[in-house]
Design a protein around this ligand. Structure first.
Ligand code: NAD
Length: 379
């Protein structure tokens, strides 16, 4: 007797739907956004808050939940890449497990920068095989990038985001007044991701940065134009993310600046922020594009003028061709053995390259000092 051949096919469709919402005065008791997803009678919330944000807003946050008679467990968590660890992930899970919440309608709330929303998102994606979560970004990096997509994660064994999941939040709530207290270096860190979008897909955003960027940086994006720039950056980012939420397509415009930066960031974790590494990658990419004739002299000059006008300084001393090449090889492996490097083809337009060679990287590094030294105002 042999077993009969049999196949069982399982198919299931799951719609992903979440809102990214501007929600000013988020901690004002009359603003119900924080509680709008989930039950509010006899309810609990587990709230992880960045320690710096908590220092600045502790009484507001506590009284928000008290005024709605929600029993809230506030868990302060320190920002910084060094805290995006499996150990901290376990600590958050322990605290959550000690404060049982209803796993369907008491979403956990993550209030902080990209480190916090990534790690708490990962907690949400794994705890009891998945519970809902809400993200509130408090850094510019989180506001225009880390919080608005569906990627969660933490660093593992020296690799960035080696553990993680694609898990959509229930909501992303944006209150840009939370950016008021952000140090300038962190503002500029987030600006690098806005520059990325502008160069690779949105010439109007580039022009907005040229006209108003420096004033918006000075006001921590509290000015009217700053709000417009942020809205536009978020729209552009979501336009790219939505059709490819699970990254089935590996050639992604939003990976502009995320090829050489990977190695830089990993090696210089202690003193280089994510956006700073991304910008170094972008400047090298601009010079590779320039040498291939994909950008004109004038366009390249405009880019360097913008960097200077925004007050961004580049730590070019760490640009080591070998490291950059290794990073490209690692990303090539990550992108299924094809480079798929997004590159500007004229400002605001993108193509993907698969044939970048080591020499091109080396001459881009060599040319960079010259480009930084030249005043481009005449271009
Ligand atoms: N999931 C994604 O798609 C995605 C995208 C981009 C970046 N990221 C991740 O984001 C992380 C970087 O995020 P980040 O730059 O926000 O870092 P971060 O979360 O470490 O925050 C930076 C610093 O700002 C402090 N801070 C936070 N909010 C503040 C506020 N309102 N006022 C004053 N200080 C405040 C934090 O305590 C921390 O010291 C990286 O780990 C990166 O991998 C994820």
């Amino acid at each position: 007797m042999t077993d009969r051949t049999q196949t069982w096919r399982v198919t299931h469709q799951h719609t992903i739907e979440y809102e990214v919402v501007n929600s000013p005065n988020l901690f004002h008791p009359q603003n119900l956004s924080l509680l709008s997803a989930g039950k509010t009678q006899n309810a609990r919330r587990f709230v992880v808050v960045d320690t710096t944000v908590y220092k600045n807003h502790a009484s507001q946050i506590r009284s928000y939940f008290e005024s709605h008679q929600i029993e809230a467990q506030i868990y302060p968590f320190p920002g910084g890449e060094e805290n995006k660890t499996p150990e901290n992930f376990i600590s958050i899970v322990r605290a959550l497990d000690a404060f049982p919440i209803h796993r369907r309608d008491e979403p956990i709330i993550a209030i902080g920068g990209g480190v916090l929303t990534d790690i708490v998102g990962f907690v949400a994606s794994t705890y009891r095989r998945g519970i809902p979560h809400i993200k509130v970004p408090t850094t510019l990096m989180g506001y225009v990038d880390a919080s608005i997509g569906i990627k969660t994660g933490l660093n593992f064994d020296g690799h960035k985001n080696r553990l993680g999941a694609f898990t959509p939040p229930q909501k992303v709530l944006l209150d840009r007044s939370l950016l008021k207290t952000l140090p300038r270096r962190h503002i500029l860190n987030g600006v690098c991701e806005i520059i990325k979008l502008a160069v690779i897909k949105d010439i109007e955003l580039f022009q907005m940065l040229e006209c108003h960027g420096s004033q918006s940086v000075d006001s921590n994006f509290q000015d009217e134009q700053g709000g417009i720039i942020l809205d536009r950056a978020i729209s552009g980012m979501l336009e790219e993310l939505q059709p490819n939420l699970f990254e089935e397509e590996l050639a992604r415009k939003v990976d502009f600046g995320h090829t050489f930066s990977y190695g830089l960031e990993t090696r210089h974790e202690a003193h280089l922020f994510h956006g700073e590494a991304v910008l170094l990658d972008i400047v090298l990419s601009m010079l590779i594009a320039r040498s291939r004739g994909m950008l004109s002299e004038a366009e390249t000059g405009r880019f360097f003028n913008l960097i200077a006008a925004l007050g961004i300084s580049l730590n070019t001393a760490i640009l080591d061709t070998e490291l950059l090449w290794e990073s490209l090889e690692e990303r090539t492996y990550h992108r299924n053995r094809l480079q798929r490097v997004p590159m500007p083809n004229g400002l605001g337009e993108c193509i993907f390259l698969n044939d970048i060679c080591r020499d091109e990287i080396e001459s881009a590094v060599k040319n960079l000092e010259d480009w930084i030294a030249i005043k481009h105002d005449h271009i």
